[in-house]
Ligand binder design. Structure first.
Ligand SMILES: Cc1cc2nc3c(=O)[nH]c(=O)nc-3n(C[C@H](O)[C@H](O)[C@H](O)COP(=O)(O)OP(=O)(O)OC[C@H]3O[C@@H](n4cnc5c(N)ncnc54)[C@H](O)[C@@H]3O)c2cc1C
Length: 514
């Protein structure tokens, strides 16, 4: 799985004596490429060094037998006009993407179905009908909606966290606006606190649904998930989920083409092993040679940054964060199916989420997400066929220390479990699959270069996010960190927001040895 399709720009070593790049971006996932695009569009010379055979990372794809499967992210978030993603496209001079907004998706709870409509009025009616319409329900949703409205607006205004000085504080006050500032008092609340305040912590269906939504977006339980982050996660549909024509393959084709058109250099199959030097004169070593760069953007997991920057101050500064966050790492398993069209026909929505049991912890198949490519999307699947991705979270410890046989057995078990659960919506799914494979933490480690197979950033709680998140400028002048290890964490929208903070921060270092 995750086959390496080497099809991007040829790789190579800079000729000896070549002018250094203004910025070397390590990692060509969403965070790295978005940051490189912004800096290149602002007039800096940039190179993206990507270990895999093409850009994409955990939001990438692989191709097999005429199908293109998304390896992790299947949806883009907030790319509609006014959104965080749209701001990226506009600021780098890119045309709107060829995307289709999802009208919503279906959450299948153990005892009911809830349609998560994108349209706010339909969603409000649906949640009243399916989850309860008592005074406490209305008060809870009103609080979540108010927080979401304010903090989505602040995100779109480029709010910066963690606050690193008076300039950030002032910037954030402006982004929050006068009505938003009082809501900052909820910074120390969890979603569980809000549920308890309204006496709803034991409402099985409501808590079950919220738990699924925050696990996917904040990667945490309702009792750990910081309330403001959870409010953003729960309302992510309202911010607009979309799928690109051709899935992530189509998305990356558009992004990479534009980046190259701006003169950016994407070097694939180019794992960075070491960064030495100092601000203004870094040397980036890869297995295909070395390049010089005045500044660095590390758009790889924080553990990778610490390893490749072992001789630089950033490695020591990262250590306390890495130690703190080690127990908060998690993994994912994904089933990829290429199936005949009729196996997925007859559903109004292409995306479904399933909770099997209210009693069991989430993950390992209890909370899974099914994404089906659009009918007629022939970049994703051959005619009359569709690509199906089914994902769930998993504990990394469950995959550690297994011998080959144990590993294959566990992979088979989780694969069959996920397909079996998805048959609640698609009864004959996978019976005549043209292609079937299962990705595990080992796959993310091997093909996504994620240490230990950990994906999705850390499970967020009050002590490791927002003001306590890994700062983007931890490397000091000239070395910036971006991606899902840094604030705001998991997801394409988070990476795009991080890329804005980093690019703006680097451009504020104007005149820096250039
Ligand atoms: C199963 C799953 C489902 C998801 N679903 C969604 C979704 O529907 N919507 C959404 O918005 N998000 C989703 N996400 C999250 C999203 O994929 C991630 O948040 C995002 O990909 C993180 O981007 P990143 O750039 O920080 O890291 P990555 O995507 O991991 O990119 C880092 C890049 O760095 C490269 N790299 C690593 N080490 C080196 C090195 N030494 N030298 C050079 N290159 C290196 C890697 O190959 C990779 O390309 C999902 C994630 C998973 C795992």
């Amino acid at each position: 799985m995750f086959r390496t399709d080497v099809q991007d720009v040829p790789t190579g070593t800079e000729p000896t004596g070549a002018e250094p790049f203004d910025v070397a971006v390590i990692g060509g996932g969403p965070a790295g490429l978005a940051t490189a695009l912004r800096l290149q569009a602002a007039g800096l010379s940039t190179a993206v060094l990507e270990a895999h055979g093409h850009a994409g990372g955990c939001a990438g794809y692989f191709r097999k037998r005429g199908f293109s499967f998304d390896v992790g992210a299947t949806t883009l978030v907030d790319f509609a006009p006014g959104g965080v993603g749209f701001e990226l496209l506009r600021s780098v001079g890119m045309n709107p993407l060829d995307t289709r907004e999802l009208p919503g998706y279906v959450a299948h709870l153990p005892d009911r179905e809830v349609v998560l409509h994108r349209d706010p009025a339909r969603w409000h009616a649906e949640r009243r009908r399916t989850l309860g319409d008592t005074g406490p329900h209305r008060q809870l949703w009103s609080l979540i909606d108010r927080l979401a409205r304010t903090f989505w607006r602040a995100s779109r205004a480029g709010v910066r966290l963690p606050v690193r000085g008076p300039a950030d504080a002032l910037h954030d006050l402006r982004a929050l606006g006068p009505t938003g500032v009082p809501l900052a008092r909820y910074l120390n609340w969890t979603l569980g606190d809000a549920l308890r305040r309204y006496g709803l912590r034991d409402d099985l269906a409501l808590v079950g649904l919220l738990a699924m939504l925050v696990e996917d977006t904040v990667h945490a339980t309702v009792d750990d998930a910081p309330l403001i982050n959870a409010a953003l996660g729960v309302t992510i549909r309202g911010a607009g989920l979309s799928r690109h024509a051709g899935g992530m393959h189509g998305f990356w084709r558009a992004l990479v083409t534009h980046y190259r058109g701006l003169g950016g250099r994407l070097r694939t199959g180019c794992a960075v092993s070491r960064i030495d030097g100092e601000p203004g004169a870094y040397r980036v070593s890869t297995r295909r040679g070395a390049i010089g760069a005045r500044r660095i953007v590390a758009a790889v997991p924080a553990a990778t940054t610490a390893a490749i920057c072992a001789g630089l101050p950033v490695a020591a500064r990262l250590r306390p964060y890495l130690e703190r966050d080690a127990p908060a790492l998690g993994g994912a398993c994904v089933v990829f199916l290429g199936v005949p069209e009729d196996e997925v026909r007859g559903q109004e929505f292409t995306h479904h989420q399933f909770l099997q049991s209210y009693d069991r912890p989430l993950g390992e198949g209890n909370n899974m997400f099914v994404s089906v490519s659009e009918p007629g999307d022939t970049l994703s699947a051959p005619p009359e066929h569709r690509a199906v991705m089914i994902s769930t979270h998993t504990e990394l410890a469950e995959w550690e220390g297994l011998d080959e046989l144990e590993y294959e057995q566990r992979k088979k078990w989780i694969g069959e479990l996920l397909v079996g659960c998805a048959r609640r919506a698609y009864p004959s799914l996978g019976q005549r699959a043209v292609f079937a494979a299962t990705g595990t933490p080992r796959s993310y480690e091997r093909f996504g270069f994620r240490p230990g197979g950990a994906v999705g950033g850390v499970r967020q709680h009050l002590r490791n996010t927002n003001q306590h998140a890994v700062p983007h400028d931890l490397g000091g002048r000239g070395l910036w960190l971006v991606g899902d290890s840094t604030w705001p964490g998991l997801g394409t929208v988070a990476c795009v927001l991080g890329s804005r903070i980093v690019a703006e921060g680097m451009l504020r270092e104007r005149g820096f040895n250039r």
